[in-house]
Write a protein that binds this ligand. Sequence first.
Ligand code: UD1
Length: 434
Amino acid sequence: MMDKIRIVGGKRLKGAIPIAGAKNAALPLMAASLLADAPLTLTNIPHLTDITTMANLLVELGVTLEVGSVGLDECHTGRKLILDGGTVNSTTAPYDIVRKMRASVVVLGPLLARFGKARVSLPGGCAIGTRPIDYHLKALEQMGAEITLSEGYVEAKLPQGQTRLKAADITFPRVSVGATENVMMAATLADGKTILRNAAEEPEITDLARCLIAMGADIEGVGTSTLTILGVERLHAAGYAVMPDRIEAGTYAIAAGMTNGDITLQNVTADIMEATLTVLEAVGMAFEVDKAARSIRCTLRDGMLRPIEVVTAPYPGFATDMQAQLASLLCLANGRSTITEAIFENRFMHIPELQRMGADITEQANHIIIRGPVSFNAAEVMATDLRASGSLVLAALAAEGETIINRVYHLDRGYERLEEKLAMCGAEIERVRE
Ligand code: UD1
């Protein structure tokens, strides 16, 4: 499926956009179903290809999947998934599925903890860097797993005669979202009290911890960088609603900023996106937060965009997943901005495409200098990864004329009903099916 997106930019966007459940929370939450032999009911699941990939992987492992109320093929937010880990009959995550989505690797910890063995294809590199999983593996080894690499697969098992992982005191060398998730899940069923130090504090980790607690896990320090997990014999059935997608929300906030628009984000709270809102305020945006209504109205303060210096960092810092979209906005700011990418080594794939649309950006290793303001011009461009694609959509919304974005499948991994949501605010946008 090589769909394209066609955007005629230059329109002021005005309206309301419902924010979907967070992809990066939903994926590990779905994997948590492997930990119990009873159903896990998840609501507010976004409609995205990455979610379908994870669903396919879990079904491949034997999880019984039931899609509540609305079908997976229907365009509707907030669907319900019932995942029953009681029927798991395989512990192999095959290459064919893992290669489509790196996040598949979060099944490793749960499988190993519950079944004492797991075979998971190595995810390999991706457009934004090498992205190894050494922290995941080293931590599981500290918990007693024997790990070998063979034929492109990670093979993990417990030593002969041992039925549970054993607790350990683990310090991650660097903050890793995926490693924290994998090892936290594994520790819920381990023998004894595991301590995870320098753990990721992302809200998606907190969401996972809360769901695990609802399933009967004993976790302390939720929301901090030290998690203490006392293993239990088994986890039970539970229901949990996925948190809002702060990256989707941040992207549409920037759409308001770039089109001098007025967009109200719905089903989202400001507490999970403080770093983004702070940066956007410094650039010249204004936010009206309605806590009770769970909405955030996004406008420009005085029509003027100011330059800024930003460094990406683990939560609560400015998210690397917002970096590409921010770069598009800063092209319109009056002066010299810089962005330093401190999480991934190769996450400026969108820069050459933005330059083709008129951006004045200089790249120096993990650092970019943006000179503005420029006016974007329409062009035919290519999406390279998920958030890079978001930055191209934003630039296209601000550009005069017709932009064609190729390789839209990247967008479909993480932006639910993108063209519908933007069209509701007055954007001239359509999907061209091939
Ligand atoms: C998650 C998010 C992704 C986000 C990233 C950083 C999901 C599905 N994906 O990815 O959208 O951009 O967090 O916020 O939630 N590293 C190692 N060894 C490891 C693990 C990580 O060297 O074993 C490095 C990575 O290469 C990277 C850094 O640590 O440079 C942080 O990566 P990590 O937080 O693990 O990212 P993901 O969990 O893959």
